[in-house]
Design a protein. Structure first.
Lengths: 582, 220, 309
């Protein structure tokens, strides 16, 4: 028990140290974010000392840009987890590792949500009044109390799922399905609830006819599922970029290089080699001696010197490999950049996808040190996998590759496409309802879309948002958005459009005019803006640090097996990666 | 695996870190010497205490009598003859002509000269009293009865407390009330409730001309 | 290993560099907290742990009242008289407002401010008088800022709006910490020491009746009303909500609220609807047309507007 805690502590320590390793781009990025965090913190201290008068809010417009951002980010957090559905329900391999990125984004988004709500409170020092049991929690009448429960629960759920999966990867252990599968399904349901509850915050207020409409809930979900996956599409490409590198001269050579399995020293395998494998791969024990003798003739053992390539992307080769000694790094090339997809140590496999599916090699394998591998032809591999334990471990390890394929991005694009279509359709519904009957309840909508009594500060904003969303929708329908450049542009249009529409286009018009008909407009103060930027910077910083810790573990670069090795030595590839970048 | 790290990019890292340290130092100075964030409030003058006054619109003759004040201005028989009714004069439009000795009386009780005979209310045989519609004398402190003889519904409301001013205790068992009379608000000669200058209107938290800025010096 | 890796122990230069960044970073972090030194209102341990109003024993309340008395004396130089008035039995307050009589003079607004120790700057006023066009109750056409030489103006009527103390209050429903609730006599109150300042109630109120303390309230010492109550007019703090509470410190002693006392035209009527002899019972029994603002909201306000003529 103590040992388990100590192990976890070591794991956390190593992750923590990772945060301080990086290249100049990393430090520029995190440094800039840190600067904004500090500016935001200073601005918040001013607000804490002098009150919310330092913002642009007033009794007439009593919620502003804090709650607007909160509303937008709850949607992002919900959508991030909704991506989980294709993976766990439809068993889609492509998106498997993306799930972790989505959930980490959800964690960062929820942290931002909680921060935005806290800075909006007039007396944050009285937060304990919200704690059920200690304080006076108005559940179930107040929708805010529901929000407190679902947001914190969602945070805990995602922290648990991500933390558990990453820690298991670190330990090179298979995660126990019962320990995270149920939580994943709960998270899916919970994701819908956090956003619906947030919508109900507004919908339940009969005194504000602009919000008191049944379309608000569905619109929230539709816009969230457009903006959230759009953000993930962009974030994932950033991850793909920074974890990949353009190798310089001689490395490029090595990739194009000639070394191929046949010229590497090889010899037939013996039963002793299989015993060695069993030592590192306990599941192999379940393969009976008879089967072992049966497959032995086809097996070979290769000794590969450090730095040699012995498996090339694009080749067709029906062999899988198990590492007996040393370490192999598997890298995939995409658009001239190379990324580590996995790192295999004794007992671990690679090349099994091509062996089982017959597809060309998806990546190149390079020996990082003097390595001995066991080469297994595909029929032998299948015979091995007749034993259920072997089958399970081979499949599980297969899923543990950090593949960020374009196909994954296209699946996300489809989600954004459908959601944006629904979002625009719901907008049309809303506009018709507000303006066709001409009754008095639509004055807030009038203010928003065409201005009222000479006040029209929001009109250019909402029409820009509509234009952005419509453009995004059209681009998503057209096949041109299948090209990454156009897809990225579309995502940016989508995110900005929905941020405006959900933030300024939903929260502010609910207050203008006031229930007594007074027209007082709102614009955020400098202090308020700095606090918002600070919280966004903090959220992005959290996400950056999460990825900084998660990616090497997902790539197999940082694991229990190389504890004791200092992190900057363990990740020379990363350091070299960046330095080789021009 | 890949080539050696190029010297210029770890130099770049060093540069970035140094720049970062410099920016942090700059931020420290900015925070220490920057503005405190104290909001600069607009100038809202305190409301004139006249607007907080609960006094009635006017004080009636009956009030003056009750409070034993100086009634020398109201000594009718200082000028008028006892026992002789003062003569009334009307102009060609049947409007009463008020004597120049009563400059503060402006007749406006009833449109079209409906109520312009002084002795509709005043008692011509005893100027220190009023008279009811059927000629009985009424003291000045019973004036509401006189008003009520024409203004029935309002009088009924007044009796119940629904018209006019009542101050004191809604819970009568805990204290007394002070119900004002008709003439405490309505000048019997021109009873239309007088208009007045309203108290100042509301001020916005962030008035559009003066942006809520922050400044280092204290405002108050 | 083809890549030369930095030695595990850093060399002196990189150590200095790292510590430079860390030191300046921490210095910036500490310096960024400097505005907190301007805080005038940081809660003491006792105030931080103060119980919810409904959970206070009479002894708790005594201690709290004493503390409030001392705080007010320290700040304003005037020893107040702070009490906690409990609701009377058999009482349901109702407010009737005669729209024929209101002249729009706004004296009620300022009498309320004076009685209830509201902030003068920034300005908090519970009552908002609306200037409405004759013939229509469309609040959207109301004017808030009128300032003519004389009121009332021809063609308009005036409608003061304050907290309607609804029977079905949306603000009570939405408060996440039960800081606002309706008492048995009908007054919706706020526990100023329990409110967390989320302003959800302000968004929920259909009458725009709730006010927030955007900064430390300013009450001139010479205008402080020393007769105070816990749920009523004791000075509030930055960051909490407040609203009309029917002058709870007066009405629970049986007196009329300040707005009624000052109204020169006698347009305001207040009392216990359960008492058949009260003015409000008379009005509700004898007048024909009553306006409850935004009746369709289902809030059941206790405010009845009516016309004589």
């Amino acid at each position: 028990m103590i040992q388990a805690i100590k192990n976890y502590f070591t794991f956390l320590q190593r992750c923590g140290r990772l945060v301080f390793i990086g290249d100049w781009r990393y430090f520029t990025w995190t440094g800039t974010l840190a600067v904004f965090c500090l500016l935001g913190l200073n601005a918040y201290c001013k607000q804490f000392a002098h009150g919310l008068i330092t913002t642009g809010m007033s009794d007439q417009v009593s919620w502003g840009v804090y709650i607007a951002n909160f509303t937008f980010l709850v949607g992002v957090a919900a959508a991030a987890v909704m991506m989980v559905i294709p993976v766990y329900i439809y068993d889609n391999e492509e998106l498997h590792d993306l799930v972790i990125f989505g959930e980490l984004l959800a964690v960062a988004a929820i942290i931002m949500c909680l921060l935005f709500v806290t800075v909006d409170l007039g007396r944050p020092d009285r937060f304990w009044h919200l704690i059920p049991g200690l304080g006076q929690f108005n559940f179930p009448a107040s929708m805010l109390s529901w929000d407190v429960i679902v947001l914190n629960g969602y945070l805990l759920l995602n922290v648990h799922i991500c933390g558990y999966l990453i820690y298991c990867r670190y330990q090179k252990k298979l995660p126990a399905k019962w320990f995270y599968y149920p939580f994943v399904f709960i998270a899916i349901v919970w994701a819908i609830s956090i956003h619906t509850v947030t919508a109900f915050l507004y919908v339940g207020l009969g005194g504000r006819p602009f919000w008191n409409s049944s379309i608000v809930g569905p619109r929230f979900l539709a816009s969230a599922f457009s903006a959230g996956p759009a953000l993930i599409i962009l974030a994932i490409q950033v991850v793909r970029r920074v974890t990949a590198t353009v190798p310089s001269g001689d490395a490029k050579q090595r990739f194009a290089g000639a070394a191929n399995p046949k010229t590497v020293a090889s010899r037939p395998a013996t039963l002793d080699d299989l015993e060695l494998l069993a030592r590192f791969l306990p599941e192999f024990d379940s393969v009976s001696k008879d089967v072992r003798r049966e497959i032995l003739p086809g097996l070979a053992v290769l000794d590969v010197p450090a730095g040699d390539t012995f498996l090339r992307q694009g080749e067709t080769d029906p062999h899988a490999f198990f590492v007996l000694k040393g370490q192999v790094v598997v890298e995939r090339e995409e658009s001239g950049r190379y990324r580590i997809t996995r790192s295999a140590r004794p007992g671990e496999q690679f090349g099994e996808v091509s062996a089982l599916a017959g597809t060309p090699r998806m990546a190149t394998a390079i020996a990082e040190e003097a390595t001995q591998v066991l080469r297994v032809p595909s029929d032998a591999l299948r015979k091995m996998m007749k034993s259920p334990r072997m089958n399970k471990i081979v499949h599980a390890r297969m899923a543990e590759r950090l593949m960020i394929t374009d196909r994954a991005l296209m699946i996300l694009r489809n989600i954004v496409q459908v959601s944006m279509l629904i979002n625009v359709f719901l907008l049309v519904n809303e506009v018709f309802k507000e303006f066709y009957s001409g009754n008095l309840h639509s004055i807030s909508a009038k203010y928003l879309f065409v201005g009222l009594h000479g006040h029209h500060a929001l009109v250019p904003w909402i029409w820009s948002a509509i234009l952005l969303n419509l453009t995004a929708m059209v681009l998503l329908i057209l096949p041109v958005s299948r090209s990454l450049k156009w897809l990225n542009l579309t995502c940016v249009l989508c995110i900005v459009g929905i941020w405006i529409e959900k933030g300024m286009g939903l929260v502010i018009p609910g207050f203008i005019p006031t229930p007594l008909g007074q027209m007082v407009e709102y614009s955020p103060s400098l202090n308020e803006t700095l606090i918002c930027l600070g919280i966004w910077a903090f959220g992005l910083l959290c996400y950056t640090l999460f990825l900084r810790m998660a990616v090497p573990i997902l790539q197999g670069r940082l694991s229990k097996a190389n504890e004791g090795q200092p992190e900057d030595e363990v990740l020379p590839v990363l350091a070299a990666n960046s330095s080789a970048q021009n | 695996m890949f080539s050696q790290p190029k010297m210029n990019s770890s130099a770049r890292t060093r540069l970035v870190l140094l720049a970062l340290a410099a920016v942090f130092a700059g931020l420290t100075i900015l925070f220490v010497f920057g503005s405190s964030g104290r909001p600069r409030l607009q100038n809202i003058p305190l409301v004139d205490t006249n607007f907080l006054n609960t006094a009635t619109v006017r004080r009636s003759y009956a009030d003056l009598v009750r409070d034993k004040e100086d009634l020398s201005d109201f000594d009718c028989y200082a000028c008028h003859e006892k026992g002789k009714a003062p003569p009334l004069r009307f102009d060609t439009n049947q409007n009463i002509i008020v004597a120049k000795e009563h400059p503060d009386i402006v007749m406006g009780h009833g449109s079209h000269g409906r109520n312009n005979n002084c002795f509709n209310c005043h008692n011509e045989t005893n100027l220190l009293a009023l008279q009811s519609r059927d000629g009985r004398p009424l003291t000045f402190s019973d004036s509401p009865q006189l008003c009520g003889s024409c203004h029935g519904p309002t009088y009924r409301d007044w009796e119940a407390g629904a018209h006019g001013r009542t101050s004191g205790y809604w819970e009568r068992s805990l204290g007394s009330i002070n119900r004002k009379q008709c003439v405490n608000c309505h000048n019997p000669h021109s009873p239309h409730f007088p208009g007045r200058k309203p108290a100042p209107g509301p001020h916005l938290l962030h008035p559009p001309e003066v942006a809520t800025a922050t400044e280092p010096e204290s405002h108050h | 290993m083809s890549t030369p890796t930095p030695a595990n122990g850093m060399d002196r230069r990189s150590f200095l560099r790292t510590s430079a960044v860390l030191t300046t970073g921490l210095a910036a972090l500490a310096a960024s907290l400097k505005p907190l030194m301007e805080m005038n209102d940081f809660p003491t341990a006792e105030r931080f742990m103060q119980k919810y109003y409904k959970e206070m024993t009479p002894a708790d309340m005594d201690k709290v009242l004493k503390r409030i008395t001392n705080e007010v004396e320290k700040q304003y130089g005037l020893r107040p008289h702070v009490r906690d008035y409990k609701p009377m039995d058999g009482v349901q307050y109702v407010y009737c407002l005669n729209l024929t009589r209101c002249i729009g003079c706004r004296k009620c607004v300022h009498a309320c401010v004076a009685e209830n120790n509201q902030s003068r700057n920034p300005e908090i006023q519970y009552i908002r008088v609306l200037k409405m066009e004759d013939g229509s109750l469309d609040i959207e056409k109301a004017e808030h800022d009128y300032d003519p030489e004389q009121v009332p103006e021809k063609g308009f009527f005036y409608m003061p709006v304050q907290c309607q103390q609804c029977k079905n209050p949306p603000c009570v429903k939405v408060c996440p910490v039960h800081a606002t609730w309706q008492e048995t006599d009908g007054i919706t109150v706020v526990d100023y020491d329990w409110c967390i300042g989320c302003r959800y109630c302000e968004a929920a109120c259909p009458y725009w009746a709730r006010r927030f303390n955007w900064t430390k309230p300013e009450i001139p010492k010479e205008r402080l009303n020393p007769e105070m109550s816990y749920l009523g007019n004791r000075p509030r703090r930055q960051g909490v909500m407040e609203k009309c509470h029917f002058c709870i410190q007066r009405t629970r002693q049986g007196k009329y609220p300040a707005c009624l006392e000052v109204c020169p035209a006698g347009a305001r009527k207040f009392g216990n609807i359960l008492d058949p002899n009260s003015e409000v019972s008379y009005i509700l029994n004898h007048k024909r047309v009553f306006i409850q603002l935004k009746e369709e909201m289902g809030t059941s306000p206790r405010f009845f507007y009516y016309f004589d003529v």
